[in-house]
Structure formats: C-alpha cells, structure tokens
Design a protein around this ligand. Structure first.
Ligand SMILES: Cc1ncc(COP(=O)(O)O)c(C=O)c1O
Length: 453
C-alpha cells in the first residue's frame, strides 16, 4: 500500500516550475520553487517541524507541552500542523496586519491566536514578539520557538531546501533568490548552495521600507517605514539573517510585488502570496543581465488563498492605490461608485416628459442622462440642449423626451479598462457600462478624473 504515515511526511520535495510568459525577452532559465505545495501551504512547514524536532531532542519540549510563537501566520501554520500530529498545544501572537484567513486557518488547526497592534514599537511590551515572550514565560511547560534566532530554522533549509534545489537543477543553478523574514530560507539554502559551488549568487528580495538592504550595504540600521507585503522585511536584523551568505539585496515596492504576484497567477497559473511577488520581481530583475547559461531559482513562499481579501481583491488594491492600470475596469469603477453610496444609474425612459427629465437632473445634480428602454440604450438627453430649446418653446416641458433626444452615449463592456474608455470620453461626456447585454452603470468624465489610477 502506498500512503504517508501522517501529514508531516508531505513536507518538502517541492517541485521547480519554469516561468514561460513573465520571462519573455530574458535569456536565463527562471524556475519557481513551489513551496505553496507544502501541506500547510507555505515554506514554513519545513521549519515548524524542524523547530519542534529540535526542542524534543534537546529535552525542552515535554509531552503535553505548549508551543508559543510570534508569527506573520505561516510559521504558525507550520508549527500547528506538527502540534496537531504530535499532541502539543499552540499559542500564536500575530499583528493586525495578518489576514483574517490566516487567523482562522490557525484556529482551525486547533491553535489559540492572540492579535496585537502592528503599531506597537519594538521596545514596547505590546510588540508581538515581546507579547509572545511574556506568554511563553507565564505558561507552564511552554517554549518559545523563536524562529528569528532558532538554529533549527536555517538548518531545516540547509538540510532540505538547499539539497532539493541542487539535485533538481543537477548542480546547474547559478542564482538563488529568496525573501528575508527570519532569514532562515536564504541563510540555510544559501549556505548549502555556496558550499556546493561558491559562485552561486544568493540574492535577497527586500520590501522598500525594510532595514535589511540598508544594513547590508552600510552597516547602519536605518529607521524602517511601513509597507504592506506580509512575511518579509525587518526593522532589525534577526540572528537568522546571516548576511555573509547573501551577495546582493534588491528592494521592491508594494505595487510591483502585488501586481507581479497577481500576474504569476494570471499568466503562469502560480497562485501565490505577495512576498512571492516581491521575490519574483527581484528574480526577473536579476535575470535581465544574465545569459542563456544561467539558471535562476526563486521561492514561491505561500499560496494566494490566504490573501483573497487583501491584495488579491481589486477593491483592496484600489483602496491602497496599488492597482495596476490594466486592472481598473469600468465594471470595477462602477462598483466602487456604488460602494461609495452614490446612485448607480439614473436614467429616463422614452416616454418620460421633458419637465420630469429636468426635475430628475436637478434632484441628482446631473447635466445629462441616458434614455433606456428595456435595459438597452436608445438615446441621451443634455440639460444644455433642453434649456436652449425651451427658450423658444415652453410647451416642450410636456413633450416626451424622444422629441429632444440625442444619440446614445457609447456603450462599453464592463470588462473594458478605464484607460481604453478614456478615448470615448474625449468626444462624449459619459459612457454606459454594459454587463451581459444590459446597461448597469454610467461613467462620466468626472468619475474618471476622480480616481487616481
Ligand atoms: C509569506 C512569507 N514569505 C516569506 C517569508 C520569509 O522566509 P524566512 O523567514 O525564511 O526568511 C515568510 C516568513 O515569515 C513568510 O511568512
């Protein structure tokens, strides 16, 4: 019979997958190591198991004991998997930056979760790392795994991630690109690869705002500033970030990280989190200057599933002003108008009297309206034209709108990008948004000028 003895046996041995579209115009082979295929959906399953193995070996963790950790989520999931298989209790401290999906995931694995403010400073007792330390000290038979300094973290990558990459590329890897949260992945994998071939370049991907790149290059710790990508970047340098194994660090913006993570899904079918976008961006940047003989391997840290309500939501991206221009469609703009509490679509029918049309315009502060019949556009009316004709003929107030109607506004599908629709707005004051053959909204020049895309 072919089966695993428990879920932990599924950890590791993740595949390398070639990028095909995002690498257009680039010479090297670029391979993604799909750590999202671990049973807990992230690279952190490896260290969850390894840190518990070590604590058992050292005699620090006794049967029925409790694991406490400060985590951006994935390490918690990795630890919780091992805890459920081996019967330990787990308590995780997270900041309010972590997605709800991650909190619920941990709870589903039987863990207790404490969420603290991400605004707490490093020296504050409320900082998530300090909170985890306090809870570990106050809980009987508990240990703090401390992924930031635990040697089992880089060791796990030295023993598994590094050899897997070396073997899968038959020793042909020339560049390895990873993010740095605790530093475990880059330090452990980097050390192994450099021992095999010191010419392999180890490249770190660091969000703008993190202090790691600055520290590597100047030896000075600069003040960190906020960014939105989860799981990578630091305001201090953790013990497990072993800079001697890192040759170069590339900074990446939130916008580039999230938009590339989304493209990995859309164009390569690799559904991943935001930090994978950061790393992929650095990998593609590095690849620009490389040759056909180079082989670049980068890490896909985790699955996109835990970010569906964050950067994988168009609305969230728009709110943070991070949405790539190509994703801002008329349908999305129309939904945003609706969410902002504005009336979706004010329209008149062909038999509406001109007087009523004027009332409607003044009540809604509008200077033009579409004329719709059975959900289809048959024409448009403009306040200026009504007014100028009324000067000659006041009886017009009782006439149906068709007597004074202009041609319809252009009708554009809801999936069309706002950038393309701008062309129509040069000649027409508005466009109508069509969804499955029915007009569902109107976008005016004002609406487009209001949004920053
Ligand atoms: C989503 C995500 N990506 C990347 C990393 C970075 O990996 P490491 O901690 O090994 O540096 C982490 C770690 O916290 C993470 O949660």
């Amino acid at each position: 019979m072919n089966y695993k003895n428990n879920i932990l046996e599924l950890i590791g041995d993740t595949p390398l997958v070639k990028l095909n579209k995002l690498t257009r115009g680039l010479k090297p082979l670029v391979l993604a190591k799909i750590e999202s295929l671990n049973p807990g959906g992230s690279v952190k399953d490896r260290i969850g198991q390894a840190m518990i193995d070590r604590a058992e070996r050292m005699g620090d963790l006794k049967p029925g004991g409790t694991i406490v950790e400060a985590t951006s989520g994935n390490t918690g999931i990795g630890l919780a998997l091992t805890c459920s298989v081996r019967g330990y209790r787990s308590i995780f401290v997270m900041t309010d930056k972590a997605s709800q999906e991650k909190v619920r995931y941990l709870k589903s694995l039987g863990a207790d979760v404490i969420v603290v403010s991400s605004a707490a400073k490093l020296d504050s007792p409320d900082h998530y790392v300090n909170t985890a330390k306090r809870i570990a000290a106050e809980t009987p038979n508990a240990i703090l795994t401390n992924q930031y300094a635990n040697p089992a973290n880089p060791e796990a990558h030295y023993r598994s991630t590094g050899p897997e990459i070396w073997e899968a590329t038959e020793g042909k890897i020339t560049h390895f690109v990873a993010g740095m949260g605790t530093g475990g992945t880059i330090s452990g994998t980097g050390r192994y690869l450099k021992e095999k071939n010191p010419n392999i370049r180890i490249i770190g991907a660091d969000p703008y705002g993190s202090a790691i790149k600055g520290f590597k290059e100047t030896g000075k710790l600069m003040a960190a500033s906020p960014y939105l990508v989860e799981g990578i970047g630091q305001e201090i340098i953790p013990d497990n970030v072993q800079l001697k194994y890192i040759d170069e660090i590339i900074n990446v913006t939130d916008r580039d990280s999230f938009n590339l993570a989304r493209r990995l899904g859309r164009e390569e079918g690799i559904f991943c989190g935001g930090s994978s976008g950061t790393i992929a961006w650095a990998a593609l940047k590095a690849a620009e200057n490389l040759t056909e003989n180079d082989v670049v391997v980068f890490i896909i840290c985790d699955t996109g599933e835990r970010y569906l309500s964050k950067f994988l939501s168009d609305e969230w991206m728009k709110e943070k002003q991070l949405l790539g221009d190509e994703r801002m469609t008329l349908g999305l703009l129309n939904d945003l108008k609706l969410n902002a509490g504005r009336v979706r679509l004010v329209f008149v029918e062909p038999d509406t009297k001109v007087g009523e049309v004027l009332n409607l315009m003044s009540n809604h502060g509008l200077s033009q309206l579409p004329v719709l019949e059975d959900g289809k556009s048959v024409g448009s009316v403009r306040e200026s034209r009504i007014m100028s004709q009324l000067l000659d003929n006041r009886d017009l107030l009782e006439a149906p709108v068709t007597s004074i109607m202009d041609a319809s506004f252009p009708v554009v599908g809801e999936t069309v990008e706002v950038l393309r629709a701008k062309q129509y707005l040069k000649d027409s004051p508005a466009v109508l948004v069509e969804e499955y053959g029915r007009i569902v909204g109107i976008i005016t020049r004002h609406d487009v000028l209001d949004i920053e895309i």
